[in-house]
Design a protein around this ligand. Sequence first.
Ligand SMILES: [Zn+2]
Length: 260
Amino acid sequence: MNLDKLLQPEQYPLYLDVASININVRPYTHGDTKAFLELVDDYKRKKKGGMQKLFIAQRNLLDNAILPTATGEKPIQAKDLHRADYVKLLVFLKNITHGEQTPIQFRCSNPKCENEAKQRHIETFPFDFQDCVLQNKERNEIVEYTMQDNTNVKIKMKPYNFSILIDNADIFEAEVPSIEILSKFHASFINEIKINDEEVEDMSTATKIKILTNMVPKYKKSIVEYIDKEPMWKWNRKWECPVCDAKNEATLESISDFFL
Ligand SMILES: [Zn+2]
């Protein structure tokens, strides 16, 4: 018997839509997920500060699952995955690891549904990216505005990749994120700034935060809108509740919707 067959990982091809590349991945092994699940338990007990640890552990999991190409190079690093590609990869790995499509639960929108049991009806659907639409894939990376004195400001933005999520993990822990947390988050999307076509040299995080803090809301709005419109998957599911016949329309589109 050739034991190598059992020790050799399976390979599955996956297309990453934002990066526009094909990669090969392998399912998680028990060894991969053990440390991660321990961290999840730890996070559930302590809550605060654990999100970043979880993201970093997840980054390591993904890096292990992404297989090198024939030349021995990794086609992409987990930290550079766009948010939409990262979500797709996470769901895909879960599916190939457990051998089934990830189910997603939706609650009936009728507040009176199953009222006697004091709980609304929950319907579960298998989720597949083939039914999903990637929104805003093609977009301009520049945010531009003209100030009252005709000063032109061009801001080159960064894509919403996994490293931005890792650096700003605290945003997922805060019920209402503070101005400081939000400013740091917005600043991490700024790549370069040109004022009347002249580049601002100091692009430290402190400077970016200072610029954002002093920016008039009508201009800052365009930055926030840019971030909101970064490419992401959208899945609309229309379903009729079998208990109360209510017509439901459920949507998945923010990243926390995909944390299954
Ligand atoms: Zn119902």
